[in-house]
Each structure stands twice: as C-alpha cells, then as structure tokens.
Design a protein around this ligand. Structure first.
Ligand code: DC
Length: 217
C-alpha cells in the first residue's frame, strides 16, 4: 500500500535530516522538493538567465530532467548536482524563483510524478497544503531562527560552504519571509498538521515521535 508522509517547515528545521532517517528506518522513497527548485535555480545561473526574466525561467521549468536516489543524491540532466545546488549563489536566488506561480505549477507536477505509487516521505513548504493535501500523515517541523541558523552554519562547514553566522542569519530571515508570504504555495500552519518544535529535540527524538504517530493509526 502506498502512503505519503508530508513534512513542511522553514529552512534549517531539520526536515531533510528527519526525512532521510525516516527513509532509512521505514524503507521509503524520500523526495526533497526544495531540491527541485534549487535545480531550476542552478539552470537559471548556468544559462545566464536574468532573475527577472520570468518568461525564460518558466520555460526552463517546463522540461526539467531531475532524478533523486536513496542516498540523497540529486541529478539534473544525469549530472550529480547534489553539492552545486547548495551553493551560496543558488541559495540566494531560489526563493524568488520559487515564488513564480507558473514555475510552482510545473514543479508540483514533477514532484507528484516522483512520488507516484510509492511509500514516500516528502518535505518542503507546501507539501501538506498543495502538493499532497490528502497525505496520510502531515507534519509541520519548526525550530527557532537562532537554532536553525546554528544548524545551517554547521551543515555548511561540512559541505565546505563558506558563510558566516551573520550571512546565514540574514539569508535565512529573508528566505523565511519570502517563503511565508508567497502568493501561492506559502509555508503555512494548518489545523490538520502535527506541530513539532525541534529546537530542543535530537533528530532521533523527532524521528521517533513521527514513527509513533504512524504506529498509532
Ligand atoms: O528546503 P530548501 O531550503 O532546499 O528549499 C529551497 C527553496 O525552495 C526555499 O527557499 C523555498 C523553496 N521551496 C518551496 O517554495 N516549496 C517547496 N515545496 C520546497 C522549497
């Protein structure tokens, strides 16, 4: 039987790490929807498309060839772009790109296609509300901005991305604002999500809490 665990939350809330752990523990397919927007942002940069040229960006979003494997690798046109899509440059343009309504329509289609007929954990900003509003399990994962910045600085170090605490703080607050105020697909809390504040929780605690929700049913 197929089912969807949908997880929404702001950057640095731990969605990626939690989804990966759930994938391993429960044998699920893991779909990182942020990575689909990041792949498009990378294409925009590589094709030197102006960030204000919506028409051209929409065109690029129509035929994206994206694959994800179970080790967390992301492939764009069969090239492993897992690291490239986390760069400072991609991060700085991805939120405005993901605000273009037509881009979202195209990428939501692609995300549903990636999930089709499988047991999946899908993480993003509008998964519980737009992409899979009928998901069996809906989670909103949160943490304070300070904690999320700390986590991202640590993660960046591991990926050799050179950004100071202040740079990450500024970039993340801007992205939070943008992601929560999009015309379509904004990050939102709703009554049917289970709200988890991970600020003072370990990854294992969050994962176990989600597994206990699934086992309750
Ligand atoms: O989760 P992330 O930081 O990799 O996401 C990158 C950007 O993509 C983020 O600024 C918000 C956007 N995004 C979105 O608009 N909808 C999603 N479902 C996932 C990500």
């Amino acid at each position: 039987m197929s089912y969807v665990i949908a997880i929404d939350g702001p950057s640095g809330s731990g969605k990626g790490t939690v989804a990966k752990a759930l994938q391993e523990k429960l044998g699920l397919i893991n779909i990182d929807t942020g990575a689909t927007y990041r792949c498009l942002a990378l294409k925009v940069l590589e094709n030197s498309v102006d960030i204000n040229n919506e028409e051209e960006i929409i065109k690029l979003s129509e035929n994206l060839n994206i694959k994800m494997d179970n080790e967390g690798h992301v492939y764009l046109d069969d090239e492993d772009v897992s690291l490239k899509i986390r760069s400072k440059e991609v991060t700085s343009i991805v939120s405005p790109i993901s605000s273009i309504v037509k881009v979202r329509e195209n990428l939501v289609k692609l995300q549903r296609e990636l999930a089709k007929g499988n047991k999946v954990v899908v993480e993003g900003r509008d998964i519980t509300t737009v992409v899979f509003p009928n998901a069996e399990y809906k989670i909103y994962l949160d943490a304070t901005l300070e904690e999320r910045v700390k986590r991202r600085v640590k993660q960046n170090k591991e990926l050799n991305i050179d950004m100071t605490y202040d740079e990450v703080y500024e970039s993340m607050s801007k992205r939070d604002y943008n992601d929560m105020h999009k015309e379509v697909g904004a990050l939102k809390r709703t009554e049917d999500q289970v709200y988890i504040d991970s600020t003072n929780m370990s990854i294992d605690e969050v994962v176990n809490k989600i597994i206990s929700l699934i086992e309750e049913v």
